[in-house]
Design a protein around this ligand. Structure first.
Ligand code: HAM
Length: 420
C-alpha cells in the first residue's frame, strides 16, 4: 500500500525548513522591534465563530472550511485564518480590561478546502499581526510598514501595496445601492457567481476574477470616493502616515478582500511574479468584528502573510538566503576505542555549544572524510590509536587546508577559539 500526503498539503524537509526558520527568525526580530507579542490560539474552534466572524456569504465559510463533529457532537472547524480566533481569545480572556492597544503576532498553519495550485494549498501557513483596542490610522500604516520590513529584510523587490477603504456599514449600504444601479444593465452578462453576488453581496462582484466581468468594472463607482466623513478622515490619515514613511501605494477601488469583517482600511501587497496567487500579504481594519462575535465595541486592524508565498517569492527572485548549514567539527575515527573517545569528546564539545558530528555507519576513513564534506564541516580531526596514545591530534581547516596539532585535553578550548 502506498500512502501520500493529502492533496494540497506539503512535507517540509530540512532543505525547506531551513528557509522557514530563517523567515520565522526575521519576522520575530521585527515583531519584537515593533513591540508585538506572540499569541497562540487553538488549531480548531467552534464552527460558529468563523461563520459569524468571517461571514456566511464568503467563499471561506460557504465552500472552504474543514468542519467536523467531534465525539461530543460539537461542530468544530480547523481554523481557516487567525483573526476571528484572536478576537475570540481577546474577548474571552478579557484583555480589553488591560491598558490598550494590544499588539499580537502569530504564526502557524491554516486550513482551507481550495483547489490547490502554485501558492494555494489546503494546509498553508500564515504569519500575522492583530492590533486591538485602537482605531488610530497610524496603526494601519504601522502594520503595513511592519509587513514590508519583513519582505525588505529578505531583499524582495517589485512589491506593490494596494490600498482601499471599504468604509463602515453606513457608507457601505449607500454604496451598495449605487453598485446595484451600476451593474443592473449588465446583470445578465455577468458570470453566474456574480449574478448570485448581486443578490447576496454585491461588493464581492468587484473581486471577481473572470475576465469578461472585469470589462464592466472600468467605470464602477469608487467606494473611497463615497465615504462618510469619519471614514474619509480615517482613510486620509492612513495615507498621510504611509506618506510620512515614504511607503508607496496604489489606490485600488476594486480591492474588497474575501472576508466580511473589514471596515475602513483594506490592503494587499502583491508580487506579480507569483502568477494567479500573487497576494503575499493582506489585511485591514475590522472595527465591527468584536461586536459580531462578542457584543463589544473593540476596534482592530491586522494582516496575514502567506509564508509559502513569501518563500516562493524568494525563490522566484533567486535570492540566496545565505543559510549556514555548516558544522564546526567532524571527528573521523579509526577503531572502536577511538570511536568511544570521540563519542565523549563530542559530548563535551556539544555542551560547549559547538556543532559537531561523527560517523555512525562504520565508514572507512576516506568514507568518513567524504561524509565530513557532505556535512559542510569547517574543521576535521582524525582520532586513531596513535592520537589516543600521544594525547595529541591534528585539526584541519577544511577550507584552507591549514593544520594544527592540538592536545586532546585542550580540544574544546581550541575549537571555541576557532569558531568564535
Ligand atoms: P486572507 O487574505 O484570507 O486574509 O489571507 C492572507 C494571506 O494568506 C493571503 O494573502 C495569502 O498570502 C495567504 N493565503 C490565503 N489562503 C491561502 C492558501 N489557500 N494557500 C496559501 N496561502 C494562502 C486573512 O486570512 C485575514 N485573517 C488577514 C487579516 C488579519 N486581516 C486582518 N487581520
Amino acid at each position: 500500500m502506498k500512502y501520500q500526503a493529502p492533496r494540497g498539503t506539503n512535507d517540509m524537509l530540512p532543505q525547506d525548513t531551513a528557509n522557514w526558520q530563517y523567515l520565522e527568525d526575521i519576522a520575530k526580530e521585527i515583531f519584537s522591534t515593533y513591540n508585538y507579542q506572540e499569541i497562540r490560539t487553538p488549531i480548531f474552534e467552534q464552527t460558529a465563530l468563523f461563520q459569524r466572524g468571517i461571514g456566511e456569504a464568503t467563499d471561506i465559510v460557504e465552500k472552504e472550511m474543514y468542519t467536523f463533529e467531534d465525539k461530543g457532537d460539537r461542530s468544530l472547524t480547523l481554523r481557516p485564518e487567525g483573526t476571528a480566533s484572536v478576537m475570540r481569545s481577546f474577548l474571552e480572556n478579557k484583555i480589553y480590561g488591560q491598558a490598550q492597544p494590544t499588539k499580537y503576532y502569530y504564526m502557524g498553519p491554516m486550513f482551507r478546502y481550495e483547489r490547490p495550485q502554485s501558492g494555494r494549498y489546503r494546509q498553508f501557513h500564515q504569519l500575522g499581526v492583530e492590533v486591538l483596542g485602537t482605531d488610530d490610522p497610524a496603526v494601519d500604516a504601522e502594520i503595513i510598514a511592519l509587513g514590508m520590513q519583513i519582505l525588505e529584510r529578505l531583499e524582495l523587490d517589485d512589491l506593490e501595496v494596494r490600498l482601499n477603504s471599504v468604509g463602515c456599514p453606513d457608507c457601505r449600504s449607500q454604496y451598495r445601492d449605487k453598485l446595484l444601479d451600476y451593474f443592473k444593465p449588465y446583470l445578465d452578462q455577468l458570470c453566474s457567481d456574480c449574478q448570485d453576488r448581486y443578490e447576496r453581496n454585491p461588493l464581492r462582484i468587484l473581486d471577481c476574477k473572470e475576465d469578461r466581468d472585469k470589462e464592466f468594472m472600468s467605470d464602477v463607482p469608487k467606494l473611497y470616493e463615497e465615504l462618510c466623513n469619519e471614514c474619509e478622515d480615517h482613510f486620509a490619515g492612513v495615507q498621510e502616515y504611509l506618506d510620512l514613511l515614504d511607503i508607496d501605494y496604489i489606490l485600488d477601488a476594486t480591492l474588497v478582500r474575501g472576508l466580511d469583517y473589514y471596515t475602513k482600511t483594506a490592503f494587499e501587497v502583491i508580487y506579480k511574479g507569483l502568477g494567479a496567487q500573487d497576494t503575499v500579504f493582506g489585511g485591514g481594519r475590522y472595527d465591527g468584528l468584536a461586536q459580531e462575535v462578542g457584543g463589544r465595541d473593540i476596534p482592530g486592524v491586522g494582516f496575514a502573510m502567506g509564508m509559502e508565498r513569501v518563500l516562493l517569492t524568494v525563490e522566484e527572485q533567486e535570492i540566496d538566503l545565505a543559510i549556514d548549514d555548516s558544522i564546526d567539527l567532524f571527528i573521523t575515527t579509526i577503531g572502536e576505542e577511538a570511536k568511544k573517545a570521540a563519542f565523549s569528546y563530542l559530548y563535551q564539545l556539544r555542551q560547549a555549544n559547538l556543532k559537531v558530528e561523527m560517523d555512525y555507519l562504520g565508514r572507512s576513513v576516506s568514507g568518513q572524510m567524504k561524509h565530513a564534506d557532505r556535512n559542510n564541516a569547517e574543521y576535521s580531526i582524525i582520532l586513531g590509536g596513535n592520537e589516543l596514545e600521544s594525547g595529541v591530534a591534528t585539526i584541519k581547516n577544511m577550507k584552507t587546508g591549514d593544520q594544527e596539532e592540538v592536545a586532546l585535553d585542550n580540544l574544546v578550548n581550541k575549537m571555541k577559539e576557532y569558531v568564535k
